[in-house]
Design a protein around this ligand. Structure first.
Ligand code: 9UX
Length: 72
């Protein structure tokens, strides 16, 4: 089943920043969709935990150049 999680992202200052993170998350196998909001500094990710882990989602955000913090 698809699961949803939220990630707090520090360091995004423009919509290009948030688009970069969103694209990186969506490029992952196992991610169905993601929405990264600049205003709230949060990502909402729908993913299949059998294919991609929560830690991989956090790592992808970090690899995009931002700080990722677990919310839920
Ligand atoms: Mo625009 Mo966001 O240069 O880092 S992409 S501020």
């Amino acid at each position: 089943p698809i699961q949803v999680c939220r990630i707090r992202i520090n360091g995004m200052t423009c919509t290009s920043c948030s688009s970069t993170v969103e694209s990186a998350l969506q490029a992952l196998r196992g991610v169905q969709s993601s929405n990264v909001a600049l205003a709230t500094e949060e990502a909402e990710v729908y993913y299949d935990p059998k294919v991609v882990s929560y830690n991989q989602l956090l790592q992808t955000v970090e690899d995009s150049g931002f700080e990722a913090i677990l919310i839920s």
